[in-house]
Ligand binder design. Structure first.
Ligand code: NAP
Length: 280
């Protein structure tokens, strides 16, 4: 790669899963990566990946007041940021009635407001430079839904919508925005990272327990390969005209297509009612 093709990435959540795979691939391609971690041990492990171009930043994305100064320091010490990847996030599982408001707020704090705070921190410099790419890792759960993950899907639908609006707002400044929506990938998402609401209402057992069991059994066996997702990310950021939405994985493709088809059929089935509400 020529030095002019080399980019500086800021990736949140590089301790495992997608974040680690994205960082590894970007480093291998010759880019510089600043990655956020939440502990000293993970900081050292990350920086050991590449002694000069891997830099760890200890930051919890819900520490909103710390984000602006942390990003400003990165820009001063490492240089202008070309790509922000809002990857940090987790899944919360539990029927809505069993989910505390506090747990749902926490899900949105990490998956939505953490990403928004990061975006707000990088935008002024990107806008000034008339360049940059913001990649928000959403999920196929930002399009499709299933019982037991209302907090997660709600947060990912929100991030999809925010990304789409932002893409329209900053396009004129030369800043690109992509919502990257993976299907099921082999990461720590359904394992150590998932928060599971304590079960207390037996009425939901028949619907929810098989879903919970299937997710537990599938953890570690998912079809999606994070290293291949990382190759897709590098292709995305190198593209002249990157898409605003990009799905990753055959499961995402199938399920999202089915969802869009079903949505279109439902809109048509109720079209007369929809049309009936305007003033004469
Ligand atoms: P993962 O292996 O569990 O990685 C999650 C990363 O996010 C970890 O580095 C974790 O750091 C970090 N993180 C969590 N909360 C954080 C916070 N408050 N502040 C800073 N960092 C935080 O799972 P993953 O699958 O790679 O998840 C990455 C993203 O992909 C998430 O947004 C997830 O929703 C999305 N996603 C995953 C899948 C899938 O099937 N795997 C599918 C669609 C979307 P710690 O190590 O400190 O906890």
């Amino acid at each position: 790669m020529s030095p002019s093709d080399s980019k500086t990435f800021l990736i949140t959540g590089v301790s495992s899963g997608f974040g680690r795979a994205f960082a590894r691939a970007a480093l291998e391609a010759g880019h510089t990566v600043v990655g956020t971690v939440r502990g000293e041990e993970t900081r050292a492990a990350f920086e050991a990946l590449e002694p000069r171009r891997a830099r760890a930043l200890v930051l919890d994305v819900t520490d909103f007041d710390a984000i602006g100064p942390a990003v400003a320091r990165v820009e001063r010490e490492v240089g202008a940021l070309d790509v922000l990847v809002n990857n940090a996030g987790y899944g919360h599982e539990g029927p809505l009635e069993e989910t505390s408001l506090e747990d749902m707020r926490r899900q949105f704090d990490v998956n939505v407001f953490g990403a928004v705070a990061m975006i707000k921190a990088v935008l002024p410099a990107m806008r000034q430079r008339r360049a940059g790419h913001i990649v928000n890792v959403t999920s196929m759960g930002g399009f499709i839904t299933m019982p037991g993950i209302s907090s997660y899907c709600g947060s990912k639908f929100a991030l999809e919508g925010i990304s789409e609006v932002l893409a329209k707002e900053v396009k004129g400044f030369g800043i690109r925005v992509t919502a990257l929506a993976p299907g099921s990938f082999r990461t720590d998402w359904a394992g150590r990272s998932m928060i599971r609401a304590p079960r207390r209402i037996p009425d939901y057992d028949a619907l929810f327990e098989p879903i919970r069991k299937a997710r537990e059994e599938k953890s570690g066996q998912q079809a999606g390969d994070p290293a291949k997702a990382a190759r897709a990310l590098l292709k995305l950021v190198a593209a002249e005209n990157p898409p605003v939405h990009l799905l990753l994985g055959r499961d995402a493709l199938k399920l999202v297509r089915e969802k869009l088809q079903a949505l279109s059929e439902e809109i048509s089935a109720w079209e007369d009612v929809t049309r009936s509400t305007d003033f004469d």
